[in-house]
Design a protein around this ligand. Structure first.
Ligand SMILES: [Zn+2]
Length: 427
């Protein structure tokens, strides 16, 4: 069951409580709302219970969306979950557009500083800004969760597959029918190796089959070098022939080339792993193959947050994710830093950017606006504020955007923190 984070009077994280108890504490005025996202209450009296049960935060990093889950290992209960959407693509587009604008200004011989060319050293460990943004989003959220829950461990999906497990001689006879962990690691390897395409027709299929390049019936081995990813049609068509006999000697050669272990780790995950070590929490690393295996074994559907809950060998035998509604977190950035606002051709055509704080609120604040009846816009609106210097603002809600709400109707529920939120669907 979904739980609510609880802080003591001294702001130390306590054992998260059930929503019903949180509601009771709030109505009895024994607690107050401390933060909306993630929803956290703070007790007004010393807690009655004993020490908090240790919790584990689990992360499944992705390029667009990262899944997060907080688990109680002892009970197998998912306490909290979130799906964090990154803005890597927007960061890249913003930098591309800045580069294009500067370049076109230079080309037109507009007054501008000379291009620099001899100051292009990159420090070791440099990452592109779009990846830095992803890394920092995850770190921010691990730290935020640490501040409101008694986190003692961390699980992180670092690599796609475990090469040692695939190549261990003892498991040469592994079953590829999705049965064993080694089978899943091998599938993950093959997906990466063949780029999610059929080795023969190069089509992207939805259902994969593992094809023996030299068929089993002709003494072909179960070793990974004898396996290729194939669609159902090609696998049936090839039948009892080898890849060379089927007209694809290239597949046989390609399969022999080893896929480096490094291919399973990408630079973002590795950078994230190094930064996560600075949290001081013991980190358990997992593989993509194991995540899928864990999730399939427990009969859970594929979502980012359930994938996160299934990361690593420590995953409890039964996971209780009933009633958990993942918090949809979207990275929004903290307003624009552009001092000169241009049109699509790089010409300044708008006023310079206006004051970011108007009437004590700013863009990104989550507000609850109650507009009284005489107004045509009378009603209650909860959403993300977009501030306008003239005072009449926009509120973005799940249902759409309402314009022209004055800031005096907009007391903030949650101050802008670079993210916007929505409660997603439950499992
Ligand atoms: Zn095919």
């Amino acid at each position: 069951m979904q739980r609510i984070f609880v802080l003591s009077l001294q702001r130390t994280p306590l054992c998260p409580c059930r929503p019903a108890r949180a509601r009771w504490l709030l109505t009895q005025r024994k607690a107050a709302v401390f933060r909306r996202y993630p929803f956290t209450i703070i007790l007004k009296q010393p807690p009655s219970g004993t020490g908090a049960a240790p919790l584990r935060v689990k992360i499944d990093p992705g390029s667009k969306t990262t899944g997060m889950a907080v688990l109680n290992d002892a009970t197998g209960e998912v306490v909290w979950a979130a799906e964090l959407s990154h803005r890597g693509q927007q960061v890249k587009e913003a930098l591309d557009s800045r580069r294009a604008t500067r370049r076109s200004r230079r080309q037109r011989h507009t007054r501008y500083r000379q291009p620099r060319f001899d100051n292009r050293t990159r420090p070791t460990g440099w990452l592109p800004p779009s990846l830095v943004s992803r890394v920092q989003n995850v770190l921010t959220w691990v730290e935020r969760v640490q501040r409101c829950a008694p986190i003692t461990d961390l699980s992180f999906e670092l690599v796609r597959f475990d090469m040692q497990l695939i190549e261990r001689p003892a498991i040469t006879g592994i079953e590829y029918q999705q049965g064993t962990l080694a089978g899943w690691e091998a599938r993950e390897y093959l997906l990466l190796k063949w780029g999610y395409r059929c080795a023969y027709c190069r089509k992207e299929a939805t259902r994969w089959e593992v094809d023996h390049i030299i068929p089993r019936s002709r003494e072909g081995s179960n070793r990974i070098k004898n396996l290729a990813l194939s669609c159902h049609d090609c696998n049936q068509d090839k039948g009892n022939r080898t890849a060379a006999e089927y007209g694809h000697p290239d597949v046989q050669i390609e399969a022999g080339k080893p896929l480096k272990d490094a291919a399973a780790v990408n630079s973002t995950r590795w950078a994230l792993y190094e930064r996560l070590q600075q949290t001081g929490l013991p980190i358990e690393t997992g593989t993509g193959g194991r995540t899928r295996w864990n999730r399939t074994q427990r009969g859970l559907p594929k979502t980012h947050w359930l994938d996160a809950a299934c990361v690593g060998a420590s995953t409890p035998a039964s996971l209780d994710a009933r009633g958990v509604i993942p918090l949809a977190i979207q990275a929004m950035g903290r307003h624009s830093r552009r001092m000169c606002r241009t049109n699509a051709f790089g010409f300044p055509d708008k006023r310079p950017k206006q004051a970011s704080v108007v009437g004590g609120v700013r863009t990104g604040d989550i507000v609850r606006a109650v507009v009284p009846p005489p107004s045509v816009k009378a009603g209650t609106y909860v959403g993300r504020l977009a501030i306008r210097a003239r005072g009449s603002c926009n509120i973005q809600m799940a249902a759409g955007t309402i314009q022209g709400i004055h800031y005096r109707y907009c007391p903030p529920l949650h101050r802008g923190d670079g993210y916007t939120y929505q409660n997603g669907r439950s499992a």
